[in-house]
Write a protein that binds this ligand. Structure first.
Ligand SMILES: NC(=O)c1ccc[n+]([C@@H]2O[C@H](COP(=O)([O-])OP(=O)(O)OC[C@H]3O[C@@H](n4cnc5c(N)ncnc54)[C@H](OP(=O)(O)O)[C@@H]3O)[C@@H](O)[C@H]2O)c1
Length: 309
C-alpha cells in the first residue's frame, strides 16, 4: 500500500485533525491521559463524541483532567509497571473498545526495576501496554475495526531491542538506550499486533509526537533539553505545543485514511519515510523488521506469562 500522506503537518493540532470526524458511540482509552499530550489526545477524542477513559496511576489528576475536558470522560486506575493493577484494569473493562491509545511513558529515568526485576522503561512503555492490549483483545475485536495507537518516539533511533539483554542485567545501564529500546518496542508491537490480529479487524500504528515540553522531561537537565530542542528543529528549533503534540496520535486514531492500515510509523501527521543518515526524522528499518516484531511478541508473552497471546 502507498505511504499515507495527509494535508496536515507539524503545526497541525489535535483539533485540526479530528475536525469533521464523528466518534459518537465509539469508546476510547488513553493511558497516561492526565498529563502532557495525553490530556490533549483525550480532549480531542471526547470533543469528537467518543466516550474516553483516562487510564492513570494518579486518580486525582485523572478526575481534574476529566472535569477540565468535559464530555463523556471516565477515569480508571492503571499502573503499567504493576501487574496486579493491569489485571484489575482489564478485568473491569466491559463491552467493545474502538480506540486504545498507548500513550503513557517514562523517559530516560535512572535505573529502576519493577517488582519482577524488569527494567522500568521497558516494563512501563512496552510490557505494560502489551499486557493491556492482550487483556483487551476481545473488547478490541468486538468493536470491529478497532485501532491501537502506539506512542513511540524519534528516540527509537537510539537503540533496537537488544534481545540478548533487554533488562540491562549484563550491560551497563544507560537511560537513553533504555528509552530508545522501549520506543523501538512500541513500533515493533504495532507491526506484529497488526499481523496477528488482522482477522479481528484490529490495526495498530506507531508514531513520534514531536518534541513537547511536558512532565516527561523530569529526569533530563536543561542543557540536555536544549540539545534535544535544537536537534528536533533544525535551523529554527521549536517545541510543539501539547495540542500539536497530540495531533499525530489523534490522526492515527481517527483518520479515515488509515482504515485497514497497520504496522506503520507516523510523524508530523504523515507516514514517515525510512530514516536517512544525517537526518533526525524517519523510522529505523530495525523498528519495522517483521522477524524482530515476532520475536519481541514471543519474548513479551513469555516474560508476562501470558497464555494464548
Ligand atoms: N514530550 C515529548 O517531547 C515526547 C517526544 C517523543 C515521544 N513522547 C511520548 O509521548 C508519550 C506521552 O508523553 P508526554 O510528553 O505527554 O509525557 P508526560 O506528560 O510525562 O505523560 C506521561 C504519562 O505517562 C504516565 N505514566 C508514567 N509511568 C506510568 C505507569 N507506570 N503507569 C501508568 N502511567 C504512567 C504519567 O503518569 P504520572 O503523571 O503519574 O507520572 C503521565 O501521565 C510518551 O509515551 C512519550 O514517550 C513524548
Amino acid at each position: 500500500m502507498p505511504r499515507i500522506s495527509t494535508s496536515f503537518d507539524a503545526t497541525s493540532t489535535a483539533a485540526d485533525v479530528v475536525a469533521g470526524v464523528d466518534l459518537t458511540g465509539k469508546r476510547a482509552i488513553v493511558t497516561g491521559g492526565a498529563s502532557g499530550i495525553g490530556i490533549e489526545t483525550a480532549r480531542a477524542l471526547a470533543g469528537a463524541g467518543a466516550e474516553v477513559t483516562l487510564a492513570v496511576r494518579d486518580e486525582d489528576a485523572g478526575r481534574r483532567t476529566a472535569q477540565d475536558i468535559a464530555g463523556n470522560v471516565r477515569v480508571a486506575l492503571l499502573d503499567l509497571a504493576e501487574r496486579p493493577s493491569v489485571d484489575v484494569f482489564v478485568d473491569s473493562w466491559d463491552g467493545p473498545l474502538h480506540i486504545l491509545v498507548d500513550n503513557a511513558g517514562v523517559m530516560a529515568s535512572p535505573l529502576m526495576r519493577t517488582a519482577e526485576g524488569w527494567e522500568m522503561q521497558f516494563a512501563t512503555n512496552h510490557l505494560g501496554h502489551f499486557a493491556v492490549a492482550n487483556g483487551l483483545r476481545r473488547a478490541l475485536a468486538a468493536a470491529g475495526g478497532a485501532r491501537i495507537v502506539s506512542v513511540s518516539s524519534a528516540a527509537h533511533m537510539r537503540s533496537p531491542v537488544v534481545f540478548e539483554d533487554i533488562h540491562f542485567l549484563e550491560r551497563e545501564y544507560q537511560p537513553w538506550l533504555a528509552y530508545g529500546q522501549s520506543k523501538t518496542a512500541n513500533i515493533l508491537f504495532a507491526v506484529e499486533a497488526s499481523r496477528r490480529w488482522a482477522d479481528d479487524g484490529i490495526t495498530a500504528n506507531a508514531l513520534h509526537p514531536g518534541g513537547i515540553r511536558t512532565n516527561l522531561q523530569r529526569y533530563v537537565d536543561d542543557a540536555e533539553l536544549e540539545r534535544m530542542r535544537a536537534a528536533t528543529g533544525g535551523n529554527a528549533p521549536q517545541w510543539k505545543t501539547p495540542e500539536q503534540g497530540a495531533a499525530t496520535s489523534v490522526l492515527v486514531a481517527t483518520s479515515p485514511l488509515l482504515d485497514g492500515v497497520g504496522g506503520r510509523y507516523f510523524e508530523n501527521c504523515n507516514e514517515a519515510e525510512l530514516h536517512q543518515p544525517g537526518t533526525r526524522t524517519g523510522v529505523m528499518p530495525y523498528a519495522l523488521d517483521p522477524e524482530a516484531a515476532e520475536r519481541l511478541w514471543t519474548v513479551s508473552a513469555e516474560t508476562l506469562d501470558l497464555k494464548g497471546a
